[in-house]
Design a binder for this molecule. Sequence first.
Ligand SMILES: Cc1cc2nc3c(=O)[nH]c(=O)nc-3n(C[C@H](O)[C@H](O)[C@H](O)COP(=O)(O)OP(=O)(O)OC[C@H]3O[C@@H](n4cnc5c(N)ncnc54)[C@H](O)[C@@H]3O)c2cc1C
Length: 374
Amino acid sequence: MDFNLSEPEKMLQKMAQDFAAKEVLPRAAEIDRTNQFPADLAKEIGKRGFQGLPYPVAYGGSGAGYVSFVLALEQICQASVSVGAIMAVNTVPEEGIFRFGSEEQKKRLLTPLAQGKWLGGIGFTETETGSDPKAITTTARRSGKGFIINGQKMFMSLAPVLNVVLLFAKNEGEGLNAFIVESKTPGFAVQEVLETMGMRGLGTSIVNLDDVYVPAENLIGNPGQGFEILLEAISVERMSVAMQGVAVAQAALDLALTYARERKVQGKPISRMQVIQQMLAEMAAKIEAARWLVYRVAFIRDQGKSIQYESSMAKVFASEVAVEVTRMAMQVHGSYGTIKSLPLERLYRDAKMTEIYVGISEVHRSIVANKLIG
Ligand SMILES: Cc1cc2nc3c(=O)[nH]c(=O)nc-3n(C[C@H](O)[C@H](O)[C@H](O)COP(=O)(O)OP(=O)(O)OC[C@H]3O[C@@H](n4cnc5c(N)ncnc54)[C@H](O)[C@@H]3O)c2cc1C
């Protein structure tokens, strides 16, 4: 067992830290306030090669691996969870194509995603469900050499800016299918960008699909394999959301430490109070446990193994750490934590999002329990 980062991993971490400090952090409050997608930062993420870290050079990546990916993600999310979430969302079509696509699909569709030239998303959630694949009502009807898709997707992140989306639709007699849909296809229309509480600026939208034609060569995997593809493709995003939880908690602890050293009550810094020290210690211990859980999930993925169980466990744990730590950081800050012009209240809102999106905690607990029980 070796817990040390390699020299290339340390270099990558430093590079991501510099990018986060110089380019992401100064924009975090504005992205949150305006709910505007930071297209320039998304381009920079692509240019720096962060999006392709896990994928082979043959498909536009660098082959550095998933541990490298979460190391970069951690730094960026500490500055802005929304900006880091761009990387997380992109992994879903990347993973879907990488794990289930043909050689031709990997070359044609994964390469521009891994190179950061395209943005990709996932279209699963609908008005009736975000958790139950059986309740999906979007249809894919065979027509000529392809499929015609009709339906509506809710909460599709990056929708106004993405090039492709891994979209799930039902075909009578075949079950759930996974398609790569190009956003420029006629009939693909963003109805509304949603004003979410946290994770703002991610372009999370309602999307209408009105007779959208998808060529057969964009069907990923086999007909009816959609559910299997969903579970596998989304597991890397789940691991990434767990890392978002770690990062938002770390950012809150850093703020709480600075505040506790500076804020004086009865002439003494509040960091001298035992009650504050207890909170700070608990926050640090929880963050450290969550961080190493996520690193381990990435390590397992680097061995080429499935992380469906491990990523669920990490997401439940790290997202709850995020909520708990930001709550404690708010308590340390007193009223000042609640002021909108200071960063803590944004972290508090973003932390809650990690418990909800990419599968609610209850579903992830069920996945873990099912594996335990067998
Ligand atoms: C900012 C943001 C971005 C998002 N981006 C995307 C995206 O890009 N693509 C996409 O497809 N979706 C996206 N989503 C949707 C998100 O992943 C789903 O909304 C989420 O998984 C929860 O689904 P739901 O809201 O339908 O909850 P529901 O399934 O309706 O669940 C509601 C509640 O019922 C309970 N419950 C439900 N099922 C179970 C169960 N099996 N066991 C126990 N309790 C249960 C839980 O308490 C749960 O909180 C996004 C959401 C947000 C907020």
